[in-house]
Ligand binder design. Sequence first.
Ligand code: FES
Ligand code: FES
Length: 159
Amino acid sequence: MREVRLSVNGRSVAAAVEPRTTLADFVRERALLTGTHLGCEHGVCGACTVLLDGVAVRSCLLLAVQAEGSEVTTVEALAAGGELHPLQDALHRHHGLQCGFCTAGILMSLAELWPRRGEVTREEIMDCLGGHLCRCTGYVGIVRAVEDAFGLGAAGAAG
Ligand code: FES
Ligand code: FES
């Protein structure tokens, strides 16, 4: 067992874990934050995406010991003060989710780009979405929501 201490959504979480414990399992089972979903568990679906020191990563592909001392941000941190994050609000308004299994991962990948809204290009955003599998929506509502939240017109105002 190895002692691992992370900051998860600003809260220090420490636990003794097996060296093979993934960051996804640490977040779900030790930090008790189950908004991060596990689908494929081998880096394909994107459902497990979290921010690691501000960078979107697939938490099924990282070991908790590799994240030692880092700041992890999960979907639970997006809404603040009882208000949905603008990305969450846009997905809600544009029917960008059905079962919601993929949604947390999509939100966290978009959250990496969010600080650069106004500069980020349509290509960057579509490339980001391309790393996420959604079996329900056909992506139309997701794309509309992202265009709205990032202020991209249908013609792609920012690129
Ligand atoms: S569960 Fe990690 S990418 Fe699918
Ligand atoms: S909303 Fe069901 S997988 Fe995306």
